[in-house]
Unconditional design. Structure first.
Length: 218
């Protein structure tokens, strides 16, 4: 959307009608880059974007200053952690605005030339390399789930999924990860953990009571 290279960043897009009645910068947009602030300033259209650091001020502070009472700020819940969403909600509330989870990301509807998501094969990482069998790791995780008095845990980090289930992939350059998330239930739940790749075309349900076969990981 901003045409900025680099990996770390966050963009806010505010749509205002009736400028200048709202007395807000007519650009109504900000691209906030962390390590790439200087790069962003050279690559973005200064008439359409404001370039600021990512950390200071944080996104919720910027939103509190620029949103108006009655505004509704949409966000994609697949792209935010619960704690990040809570901070955004606090920023919206300070301005009298509301944070709203969208059913579908508007960018997905218009980004027709978007590259296909990665779908590299997933391989089993043997216990002799991992140092501990998948079943033993899951047993320890389930005991911790029970100790905390909850029913299950969601592994939203692909690193955690790869470690837990002793799998490796090639969805991320230079890092052997399959883009995925997992649900692990405690001992009181069904003896099954599901790994669902974030790539829309790949699904894999894996029983935690036995090692995965290679057919299950592709």
């Amino acid at each position: 959307m901003s045409a900025v290279g680099g990996a770390a960043g966050l963009a806010h897009r505010l749509h205002r009608l009736g400028w200048p009645r709202h007395r807000v910068d007519p650009r109504g947009r900000v691209v906030r880059r962390w390590r790439y602030t200087l790069q962003a300033a050279k690559q973005v259209d200064g008439k359409a974007w404001i370039v600021e650091p990512l950390i200071d001020p944080p996104p919720e502070t910027w939103l509190a200053e620029h949103l108006k009472a009655g505004d509704r700020l949409g966000f994609d819940p697949w792209l935010h952690t619960s704690s990040a969403a809570e901070r955004l909600a606090v920023g919206c509330a300070k301005a009298g605005a509301e944070l709203v989870a969208v059913d579908s990301n508007p960018l997905d509807a218009i980004w027709t030339e978007r590259p296909q998501p990665p779908l590299a094969p997933v391989a089993v990482h043997g216990a002799r390399f991992a140092g501990e069998a998948e079943a033993d790791k899951l047993r320890r995780i389930r005991l911790e789930i029970d100790r905390r008095g909850v029913d299950a845990v969601v592994l939203s980090d692909s690193h955690a999924v790869a470690w837990t289930f002793n799998i490796r992939g090639a969805d991320v350059a230079h890092t052997p990860l399959p883009l995925s998330y997992a649900l692990v239930r405690g001992t009181a739940g069904r003896r099954c953990s599901s790994i669902i790749a974030s790539c829309r075309t790949r699904r894999a349900t894996i029983s935690s009571n036995r090692p995965m076969s290679r057919s299950q990981t592709r």
